[in-house]
Every structure is written in structure tokens, then in C-alpha cells.
Design a protein around this ligand. Structure first.
Ligand SMILES: [Zn+2]
Length: 108
């Protein structure tokens, strides 16, 4: 068994304002090393308490840590609250849903 723990903070690009947004990395995985090509039983595949990691002869730990970090990263990182680039200068933001709400209930 290999217990892998990674923690830290990584800057990502916010997908809304494109500024930097900090993301807390927390990896805490239990990996069972199995020979490459080994057949796993259904019980083993359904066991959520650990993951199985096929290993040939040597394990590249740097690649493993990198992969585990990549798996935790959000697809579209965003600040909890932020605006579109330039929106702060453009005065009040227009909420697109407000326009939709105005159309609601009106006949076509
Ligand atoms: Zn943002």
C-alpha cells in the first residue's frame, strides 16, 4: 500500500475574470500497488477505500504526484465573487437573467 498525501496552494486562472485564483490542494489517497496487467476482482473494483495502481517495475513518483494533483483540479476554477474583465469600469452590470425574467410569462 502507498499512502499519498499532498497539500498546498496553487494559483489557477479564474475562468470568469482571468485573474489568479488560489486553489487549496488536498490529496489523501491510499493506493494499492498491483502488477501491471493483473486481473482485479469485482469486489476489489468496487472497493472505494483504496485505489489500485498498476506498476511495471519502477514507480515514477513525480509523475504519480503530478497525476494525483491534476485529478483534483477544478475544470473551470472561479472566484466565488468576481466580475467579467472590464465590468467594474462599465458601471452597473446587466444581469442576463433579469432580461429573461422580464420575458417570462409573455406570449410569443
Ligand atoms: Zn474571478
Amino acid at each position: 500500500m502507498l499512502h499519498l498525501e499532498v497539500s498546498g496552494v496553487i494559483p489557477l486562472a479564474c475562468q470568469r475574470c482571468l485573474e489568479s485564483v488560489s486553489f487549496d490542494i488536498e490529496v489523501d489517497n491510499l493506493l494499492q500497488l498491483v502488477p501491471e496487467g493483473a486481473e482485479l476482482s469485482q469486489d476489489e473494483l468496487e472497493d472505494d477505500t483504496r485505489d489500485f495502481l498498476p506498476v511495471a517495475r519502477e514507480l515514477n513518483v513525480v509523475d504519480l504526484v503530478e497525476d494525483e494533483i491534476l485529478l483534483t483540479l477544478p475544470v473551470a476554477p472561479r472566484h466565488e465573487k468576481c466580475g467579467l474583465p472590464g465590468a467594474a469600469d462599465a458601471g452597473e452590470r446587466i444581469n442576463p437573467f433579469a432580461t429573461l425574467a422580464g420575458l417570462k410569462g409573455k406570449p410569443n
